[in-house]
Ligand binder design. Structure first.
Ligand code: COA
Length: 306
């Protein structure tokens, strides 16, 4: 069996917050943030629901489908609008969908976890699934904490996945989780995001490299066969370190964190969309999608666009 990516959409708040603007209220600078992270600005605003609705509607339009075509909605989010109910049913309702809808929380690996879940559902009877990554991270940021405030941004990205008995865009997966590292990146009830940045950095490079190598091996290809790396957008230095260890030159990596910061579950679909808009997605070519995040969780997939 196979699964095809049929359409993509994104939703971003209009409000742009630059590093210089953050430097007005925080003891930081554009120079420090750019040098240590690669981030120049981020979007702030909306909600997980409102941004997710925009991305989801656009993905269905992009797939030339109607609401009636979608038979499941999976929302990847670390920042649901409420603890209960899940945000996915509210997005579905706002869009006019009446299919099953649920949230998946695997932090910044969330979109890839949702894609993996969709793959399993398509394997067992569903026909077309809307997968959305949507985050309202700014709500859970202490804007007086320079450690976190400079890193995160809001946004959403979505894709429609369709069952295809004759071939697949998704070739292989490698997912994992290690809850013994849970305390490295947390947001307690009623609290804000807190992180041991150095340790997250160290582990992130390792899990990205390991899971990417496993996904490449099960696809039966090597890093030389990849035309694109679509990584989670947390820090340019993590992407550089992982790409270097994998033998992927940075020309093949898609970078959007300079404009959006770290948007957690939304960053991989936002990066895919950017690559497509820039003519970098080409039929028959292989790409690596790879993410890591709080949990810790990680997820890599090899795709070959049809
Ligand atoms: N502006 C200016 N200075 C800052 C700062 C900021 N926004 N944040 C921290 N600093 C300071 C620190 O206080 C420290 O000062 P000191 O040397 O006087 O103690 C100095 O800069 C260096 O801090 P350090 O934490 O060593 O920097 P770093 O090079 O490790 O970069 C991160 C910090 C957070 C950018 C980096 O560790 C990182 O990206 N980690 C991974 C985070 C991540 O990917 N999270 C998401 C996972 S999905």
């Amino acid at each position: 069996m196979g699964v095809r990516f049929k359409g993509w959409g994104i939703g971003l708040p209009d409000r742009i917050v630059t590093n210089d603007e953050l430097s007005l209220t925080l003891d930081t600078s554009d120079e420090w943030i750019t040098e240590r992270t690669g981030i120049r600005e981020r979007r702030v605003g909306g909600t997980a629901m409102s941004l997710g609705v925009i991305a989801g509607q656009r993905a269905i339009e992009d797939a030339n489908m109607t609401l009636a075509d979608i038979d499941f909605l999976i929302l990847a989010t670390t920042t649901p609008d409420r603890l209960c109910p899940a945000t996915a049913p509210m997005i579905a309702s706002a869009m006019g969908l009446t299919c099953p809808a649920m949230d998946v929380n695997a932090a910044c690996s969330g979109f890839m976890y949702a894609v993996r879940t969709a793959y399993g559902l398509l394997e067992t009877g569903n026909k077309r699934i809307l997968v959305i990554g949507s985050e309202h991270l700014s709500r859970w940021v202490d804007w007086s904490d320079r450690n976190m405030a400079v890193l995160l941004g809001d946004g959403a990205g979505a894709a429609v996945l369709e069952y295809d008995p004759d071939g697949s865009d998704l070739i292989s997966f490698s997912l994992g989780a290690d809850g013994s590292a849970a305390d490295l990146l947390t947001c307690e009830h009623g609290g804000f995001f807190e992180m041991n940045g150095k340790e997250v950095f160290r582990r992130a490079v390792r899990v990205v490299v390991d899971s990417a190598e496993q996904a490449l091996a099960s696809a039966g290809i090597t890093a030389d066969d990849l035309s694109l790396m679509i990584p989670h957008q947390a820090n340019i230095r993590i992407i550089q370190a992982a790409a270097q260890r994998l033998g992927i030159d940075m020309d093949r990596a898609v970078i959007t964190l300079d404009r959006y910061g770290n948007t957690s579950s939304s960053s991989i679909p936002l990066a895919f969309y950017d690559a497509r808009e820039n003519g970098r997605i080409k039929a028959g070519e292989y790409a690596l999608m790879t993410g890591f995040g709080a949990g810790m969780t990680w997820a890599s997939a090899i795709v070959r666009w049809s």
